[in-house]
Design a binder for this molecule. Structure first.
Ligand code: ADP
Length: 486
């Protein structure tokens, strides 16, 4: 089966968050099951070298004021189709914003072009490669199902995955004509969202199936608190919505082979973790101490991630003698809050503001526990990396966090199945209580060691979920029975 992935990010080439990890890892994980994936991505500057080694496979004509072509290239184990349209994508900054963090004013055209090019490929305009199905990821690819369904030509089925419904791709009504979308579908049953063109809304309406990245988030999305205005659209499509858990690229996130960490280790030979801790402490200028855990955060610094709650709970963490290292970037007041915390308490709180992939690996390897107090979390990947690296996740009971971490309550500890700590409601007080529980278990060395062992053995790969995706694809392509939540 041939599947065209359409996305704005893909690791290891372009990454601002979990979407990139998932697009890269899932497309690789599908190959052994006989699914031939090609990933369509914009040719950002980060892909310039890769682009130069590729071969033009389609001249797409002119898109929104400049030439566009598709270049096929194999790199890092992935088959890419790069949309080379320099007037849209050859720009500094990240995929969505300029170097000062301001969204590009023509993002509707940039990602509209990506969707349009994907629709060309889906309809068979590429010589020798026609997909049986298109899999669009997030709002940036949300118009793919719209172009396919609203166009006159026959088209393959389309799946849309919601990686985070907080990002919906809303643009003024005038975008509709610029994007060549039919006026007749600019209504509540079509791609209109309260007077705007809604890219994600369009995808939700026109895709044949909708998935999201955990079963709990699939349920949460049906309520206003989590659906963020799209709960009604999703309720109408409830029977087409499936939650399939994300997995981890086990080749990239493996403490037994990771080149980015100080010393490799495994659940059988865990000794190396201590050397990583010492390296991490030195890197952040922390004073070593053995009687309390070292917590870490690797995250976008945003309210979604609940990091304002962590600032509020920090005195309780420090009261237990625990220490904290933070790697992240985001909202200015949160950055300032963490920087002030390290200024007040330099030997015990360390902060790096920025994005640093190798350091994120060392943080996972060298910390005792990872804090993820998200207000909502579609799946979350850092708790899965934490499990694999024996860095126990401390998570809010929401979305994929609830689905992947077994809370160390008394019953779970007694039964020997706990892998981390969950808390609810998502408040600073409940987070503080969870931090207390972590410190209590940490003080019991055999209990802590056995939790680490169990966490590291907990399956976090793609095996199960990839089979669910294949079943979903088959249900659309061959009419097989669709899968239940994975
Ligand atoms: P989201 O996609 O909402 O940001 P996820 O947990 O799904 O959250 O994925 C985040 C990904 O980005 C993980 O791979 C994490 O390690 C990485 N990440 C987040 N912030 C940073 C950072 N400052 N430096 C390096 N990697 C980061």
């Amino acid at each position: 089966m041939r599947v065209l992935f359409v996305a704005s990010e893909c690791a290891p080439f372009v990454k601002t968050g979990g979407l990139a990890d998932v697009v890269g890892a899932l497309s690789k994980a599908l190959a052994p099951l006989g699914v031939e994936v090609r990933v369509m991505l914009p040719a950002y500057p980060a892909l310039a070298e890769v682009l130069a080694t590729g071969e033009e496979v389609l001249n797409s004509g002119a898109f929104h004021g400049g030439p566009a072509r598709l270049v096929a290239v194999r790199a890092a184990g992935l088959d890419l189709l790069l949309l080379d349209a320099p007037h849209l994508f050859d720009r500094p900054g990240n995929p969505y914003a300029d170097s000062d963090g301001r969204d590009w004013s023509d993002n509707h055209l940039r990602f509209g072009a990506l969707s349009l090019a994907a629709a060309q490929v889906a309809r068979g305009e590429l010589d020798g490669w026609r997909p049986d199905l298109v899999h669009a990821h997030d709002w940036q690819a949300g118009l793919v199902p719209a172009y396919l369904r609203l166009g006159a030509k026959p088209a393959p089925p389309a799946v849309l995955t919601i990686h985070n419904i907080a990002f919906q791709g809303l643009f003024p009504a005038a975008a509709s004509a610029e994007l060549g979308l039919p006026e007749a579908a600019f209504n509540a049953d079509g791609y209109e969202y309260f007077g705007h063109v809604g890219f994600l809304k369009a995808g939700l309406v026109y895709a044949d199936r909708i998935t999201t990245v955990s079963p709990t988030y699939a349920n949460e999305l049906l309520s206003p608190d989590y659906g963020l205005g799209l709960e009604g659209v999703l309720a109408a499509r409830r029977s087409d919505l499936t939650g399939i858990l994300n997995g981890v690229d086990l080749a990239v996130w493996n403490p037994a082979t990771d080149p980015a960490i100080k010393a490799v280790y495994s659940s059988r030979a865990p000794k190396g973790k201590a050397a990583n801790k010492a390296t991490l402490e030195a890197r952040f200028g922390l004073m070593p101490r053995a009687d309390a855990p070292l917590f870490c955060v690797v995250s976008r610094l945003t309210r979604q991630k609940g990091l304002d709650l962590l600032l509020e709970a920090l005195p309780r963490l420090r009261a237990r003698g625990a220490r904290l290292v933070v790697l992240g970037a985001g909202e200015a007041d949160l950055q300032t809050g963490f920087l002030e915390a390290t200024r007040r308490d330099p030997g015990s709180v360390g902060v790096v503001i920025g994005y640093d992939e190798p350091l994120s690996h060392l943080m996972q390897a060298g910390s005792d526990a990872i804090l993820i107090p998200s207000r909502f979390e579609p799946c979350g990947l850092t708790q899965l990396y934490g499990l694999r690296y024996g860095t126990l996740p401390v998570v809010a009971r929401t979305g994929g966090l609830a689905d992947t971490v077994v809370d160390a309550n008394d019953a779970a500890l007694a039964a020997g199945c706990a892998t981390g700590f969950q808390f609810a409601p998502v408040t600073a007080a409940a987070l503080g209580d969870a931090i207390d529980r972590v410190c209590d278990v940490y003080a019991n060395a055999p209990a802590w060691r056995s939790m680490i062992r169990r966490a590291m053995r907990h399956p976090v790969g793609w095996d199960r979920s990839v089979a669910t995706y294949v079943a979903l694809y088959r249900s659309l392509v061959d009419g097989a029975e669709p899968p239940v939540d994975g």
